[in-house]
Design a protein around this ligand. Structure first.
Ligand SMILES: [Zn+2]
Length: 250
């Protein structure tokens, strides 16, 4: 029975390791989520800015068209002025020329401001594009590094699973079944007893059960939590080395 208990403990250790590695392998890719979120946010801002920039550019073009038209009108007003036959016509035409000149000048000043603003926005957008690209590169590098980590974790996991299968094969069928049921229900199946207390549920065992455990002739269950119990000092002799994991079979 001592052997069986040792195999059961080994199986428990291996199962723990497999679970640990599985959860690490699952959590690893999620570590890059904050970076992915930052990137998406920045990209969204840039897209919004680009849309605004395109709108401003369209507006600029429309303004330019207006100016071209006004220049045309200005020229035709000048022709009228030259062709004026009397002072009435001359006065009207010169007012028109003056109006057109003023209008065109105002629009041109406004357009100049917009062109400057467009240039500044374009420069800013290019800088942001650069930032996003840097972030993208960073993410790609992290993902590559992570792929290596994931591969290494998966390799460790394969080893751990092989060790687990081997440990499982050493446990008698009847105990494997009990072990699985307990592990599913209680999280883990085998618990040490220290000074008469089950470490799975912290209940003091009846003294006669504790005595039975001392003989190591049978595998017993804790009356409260149902875990398979053993006296720690019999399988794990007084710690000579700093607390380590469960002992491996010799
Ligand atoms: Zn218990």
């Amino acid at each position: 029975m001592r052997e069986q208990l040792i195999h059961l403990l080994e199986l428990q250790t291996c199962d723990g390791k497999v679970r640990e590695l599985e959860s690490a392998a699952k959590q690893l890719p999620a570590k890059l989520d904050p970076l992915r979120r930052d990137l998406a946010k920045l990209q969204g801002m840039i897209d919004a800015e680009r849309t605004k920039l395109n709108e401003t550019e369209a507006w600029r073009k429309a303004q330019q068209d207006n100016i071209d038209k006004e220049r045309e009108q200005f020229r035709s007003a000048q022709h009228k002025l030259q062709a004026s036959k009397n002072s009435k016509e001359f006065n009207a035409a010169s007012r028109e020329v003056e109006n057109k000149r003023k209008g065109t000048q105002d629009r041109e000043a406004e357009l100049k401001k917009i062109v400057e603003q467009l240039a500044a926005s374009t420069t800013q957008l290019q800088a942001r594009d650069g930032d996003v690209q840097k972030l993208r590169d960073e993410l790609a590098a992290s993902e590559a590094a992570m792929a290596d980590q994931v591969n290494s974790l998966n390799a460790q996991l394969a080893d751990a699973k092989a060790a687990r299968d081997k440990a499982r094969s050493l446990v008698d069928k009847q105990w494997v079944k009990t072990y699985d049921t307990l592990a599913a229900k209680r999280g883990y199946a085998v618990a040490p007893v220290i000074k008469g207390v089950c470490q799975g549920c912290h209940m003091a065992l009846p003294p006669q059960l504790n005595n039975i455990l001392a003989r190591m002739e049978s595998i017993e269950m804790c009356p409260r939590c149902g875990r398979l119990v053993y006296r720690k000092e019999l399988l794990e002799p007084a710690a000579t080395a700093p607390a380590t994991e469960d002992p491996k079979p010799a």
